[in-house]
Design a protein around this ligand. Structure first.
Ligand code: UDP
Ligand code: MG
Length: 316
């Protein structure tokens, strides 16, 4: 019998519709692993990310009827990444041995947790849950997500293709992770920087069990931009390169303008002038915007604000 103690960390934002079923399925998995003596003890840690519905009272209720359930209530909605961080930080400072992070909506296959634990028992520190196919995603989500992974890797950010935030982390990898001081969190990228042994388990991603996605398009786009600008300064380099290219082009434009001037055709240049003014104006604005993104990040980091505040906890 080994003495592994496992926590499943589940960030929840307005998830009253799914929590009962999520608890049932996760408890089943934990009970099964206890029976098979893969783990000595299990816990489900719900992190309520400032929900506005009945999520917290449901967590309190579930913690009374189910011995596995514990909860942490954050004082304010801080977003999925920060809420997950709150849970992982708690585990890193506890006497549990490993944490699995999973979304509340049951899109990820809970049975993959068992495979993850198998890897952990073999000594692997970080086990990624990787989506096999994106059958249940809309055409749009599938393609924008793929574009994101491609863009991210060309920009030099190391991430695991088709892996979101469903993963197992050992205690020591959690400790290493929570030592990262940054406020802009992009966990799936940060985990790749740790350098401990990793493995992947594959699963089919399902439809959300109930409720709506808490990641509408704008949030998704923001998350993608955050990911890239947190992990790569290549966009800044791109600005310089495109600036140089524009200067080369303008060199030819100057020669052309002079030749036209000498031959006396000056009035004709209106169209080209208008186009280049608009184009270069747009290019400059984009460049300033990209630089602004990074400055905004620096601004957020230097403020050193707390990532989250805990309001209450239950059964921890
Ligand atoms: N979530 C959160 N805080 C937020 C938004 C979402 O804790 O501000 C949680 C949410 O409850 C869920 C997970 O993050 O457990 C992933 O959200 P969702 O399933 O809505 O995203 P999608 O799968 O559609 O990308
Ligand atoms: Mg989801």
């Amino acid at each position: 019998m080994n003495g592994v103690r496992l926590v499943i960390v589940v960030p929840c934002y307005n998830e009253e519709e799914v929590l009962k079923e999520t608890t049932r399925q996760l408890s089943n998995v934990l009970a099964r692993m206890e029976k098979e003596e893969k783990i000595a003890e299990g816990k489900i840690l719900y992190v309520d990310d400032g929900s506005k519905d009945l999520t917290w009272s449901l967590i309190e209720q579930l913690s009374e009827s189910d011995r596995y359930v514990g909860g942490l209530k954050l004082a304010h909605n801080v977003g999925h990444q920060q809420a997950l961080w709150a849970g992982l930080e708690l585990v890193a400072g506890s006497d549990y041995d490993a944490a699995v992070s999973i979304d509340a909506d049951l899109q990820d296959d809970v049975n993959a947790i068992i495979e993850m634990v198998d890897y952990f028992l073999q000594g692997v520190d970080v086990v990624f849950g990787v989506r096999r196919e994106r059958k249940t995603d809309t055409f749009f989500k599938k393609h924008t997500a793929q574009l994101f992974y491609k863009l991210m890797s060309t920009m030099g950010g190391e991430i695991v293709y088709n892996h979101a935030d469903f993963r197992l982390m050992s205690k020591r990898s959690l400790k290493a992770l929570v030592a990262f001081p940054e406020r802009n969190l992009f966990l799936r990228g940060m985990v790749c920087l740790l350098g401990y042994t990793t493995a992947s388990v594959y699963y089919d991603r399902k439809e959300r069990f109930a409720g709506e996605s808490k990641y509408p398009f704008t949030k998704m786009l923001n998350f993608a931009l955050d990911g890239i600008t947190s992990f790569s300064v290549k966009p800044l380099r791109l600005i310089t390169t495109s600036g140089l290219i524009f200067m080369m082009v303008s060199f030819f434009a100057i020669i052309y303008a002079l030749v036209e001037f000498i031959s006396g055709n000056v009035i004709r240049g209106w169209t080209s002038l208008l186009i280049s003014v608009w184009f270069i104006g747009g290019a400059i604005l984009t460049a300033v915007g990209i630089i602004g993104e990074y400055i905004g990040k620096i601004y957020k980091e230097v403020k050193r604000r707390p990532r989250y505040l805990i309001e209450k906890e239950v059964n921890l």
